[in-house]
Design a protein around this ligand. Structure first.
Ligand code: HEC
Length: 141
């Protein structure tokens, strides 16, 4: 085999490996996402088919669900935004929401502490973590 052939074979293998790594990153890691969800969301959200509301609405079948449609007492600011601009919880909206709920919907209850529930969620800075989390949320169905 000529050296050029060997080199192009190695290049091809490396390209394949690179494509695989990029694909993996693009996919997100649902197992990491599950742990992130348990640690960051479970205190307020039910993520099981039981569909029980907690401090926040249940998240079963959240992916591509229209925002604000479940039987839950949403904040006035949340209801107003959804009435004016209805949307589905797709990758883009979830990513913006999880980066900074307060920037997405000022005064949202998700980012507020209250006397009966002194926990709030201010956002998740790591884009990689948000991707893993969203990959997991897609599985809640
Ligand atoms: C401190 C409690 C709390 C935590 C922690 C929390 N949330 Fe929320 N979440 C809420 C509340 C409350 C609402 C309703 C917002 C409103 O009415 O303004 C909400 C709303 C939502 C919605 C909109 C649901 C719908 O039906 O439109 C999504 C999606 C969501 N949260 C995802 C998450 C995810 C994912 C996490 C974890 C990273 C998380 N939340 C962490 C309390 C919380």
């Amino acid at each position: 085999m000529k050296i050029a052939h060997v080199l192009s074979l190695i290049m091809l293998l490396l390209l394949g490996l690179l494509a695989f790594i990029v694909f993996q990153r693009f996919q997100g890691d649902a197992e990491v996402g599950k742990r992130l969800a348990e640690n960051n969301c479970g205190v307020c959200h039910d993520m099981t088919p039981n569909r029980k509301n907690g401090k926040g609405p249940y998240l079963w079948e959240i992916y591509k669900r229209p925002a604000g449609v479940v039987d839950f007492h949403f904040s006035a600011s949340f209801r107003q935004l959804v009435e004016e601009h209805p949307f589905l919880w797709d990758d883009d909206h979830l990513d913006r929401w999880l980066l900074n709920p307060q920037a997405f919907i000022p005064k949202t209850k998700m980012a507020q502490q209250s006397k009966d529930h002194p926990v709030s969620f201010d956002g998740m800075e790591s884009a990689g973590n948000r991707k893993d989390l969203i990959t997991y949320l897609k599985r809640l169905q």
